[in-house]
Design a protein around this ligand. Structure first.
Ligand code: ADE
Ligand code: ZN
Length: 334
């Protein structure tokens, strides 16, 4: 069947990509060597062994242990720039035209890396990619749910100058969902609103229940939900999400690797979302860990559901419409 390549290829937008999740094992080992960092041998022996471990995550927290450890090798501006540029180079080959990129400032400042090193480095790599490949990009900070709310408030406050400069366009929330209901973080989003963060999103309903997606959308007033997978368990909620045009950023291969859909992408509620008119995009989440970049995710969904061309055009157009870029850029992409 048709796979979105070839003539008039689909213009793909990505809205759920953690830049730290693009740290390939090869770059991880190379950076460790460059910085003379002794990697913990119980986690990191060889590249093939590590890749094999990545195929066997038990759940989100099991993955997060690796994700949060690997970033120890990201130290200077050059590292962050190289990481971002490598991602741009890789997804250019996948037909990606627009990327909204997450990063976890607390995960870096907590190791003693200055925030300016992180943001300026990432910005540099993304800009270089924009120039070379014509991909538009935005940066979104995520606070991590596993640290105290107080730490998230500090991270948001510290980001203020970068938001004012337009280097960072919004706030998201990621990391461990267990025992961390959205309502716990209401003050963090209030502060982001006070500081005029233009865009708000939140990881919700990846492992957590539909009710947490409800909290995110209804109680916190956030109209983009990262994953939002378990919203599909609640038909009434889906109807409400469709009515509000809440946008879900789905991550099909991530869901397989993190045992949300252990048997495969065919267990994803994508057909139900289409039927209910809930808007979504398809994304790679942490491609260095989950076995595929953006195109691999599209191809996996196509292999599972064999959607007709018209459905793929609709999915791609919804991705453009749901993007946080200018109307002029959307018109260019449509
Ligand atoms: N951090 C990186 N990827 C994540 C995911 N899928 N869920 C929560 N936190 C994350
Ligand atoms: Zn994510």
């Amino acid at each position: 069947g048709w796979d979105g390549r070839g003539e008039r290829p689909l213009k793909r937008c990505e809205h759920h990509i953690h830049i730290e999740g693009t740290l390939e094992p090869k770059m991880l080992f190379a950076l460790a060597e460059r910085h003379n960092i002794a990697l913990d041998s119980s986690m990191y022996s060889t590249i093939p062994a590590l890749e094999e471990r990545y195929r066997n995550f038990a759940n989100l927290d099991d993955f997060l242990a690796y994700f949060n450890k690997a970033m120890d090798v990201l130290l200077d501006e050059e590292d962050f720039a190289a990481l971002a540029f490598a991602y741009m180079q890789r997804v250019h080959a996948d037909g990606l035209v627009h990327a909204e990129v997450f990063f976890d400032p607390q995960a870096h400042t907590g190791r003693g890396v200055a925030l300016s090193v992180v943001v300026n480095g990432l910005k540099k790599g993304l800009k270089q990619g924009e120039l070379e490949f014509g991909i538009s990009t935005e940066l979104i900070m995520c606070f991590v749910k596993h640290l105290p709310v107080e730490s998230a408030l500090e991270a948001v406050a510290e980001m203020k100058p970068f938001v004012e400069k337009g280097d960072v366009i919004g706030l998201g929330a990621d990391s461990s969902e267990k025992n961390n209901p959205p309502s716990k973080f209401a003050a963090v989003y209030s502060l982001a609103r006070e500081l005029h963060f233009p865009r708000l999103t939140m990881h919700s309903g990846e492992e957590g229940p539909a009710d947490w997606v409800r909290q995110t959308v209804f109680d916190l007033g956030i109209n983009r939900v990262d994953h939002g997978f378990h919203a599909a368990d609640d038909e009434k909620l889906l109807e409400e999400l469709a009515r509000r045009e809440t946008f879900l950023t789905l991550c099909p291969l991530s869901n397989v690797r993190l045992q949300v859909t252990p048997e495969g992408v065919h267990q994803s509620p994508i057909p139900l979302l289409l039927a209910k008119g809930v808007k979504f995009s398809l994304n790679s989440d942490d491609p260095a860990y989950f076995g595929g970049y953006i195109l691999d995710n599209y191809l996996a969904v196509h292999a599972a559901f064999n959607f007709p061309k018209s459905t793929w055009r609709r999915i791609a157009q919804n991705g453009i419409d749901g993007s946080w870029c200018s109307d002029a850029r959307k018109a260019e992409l449509s």
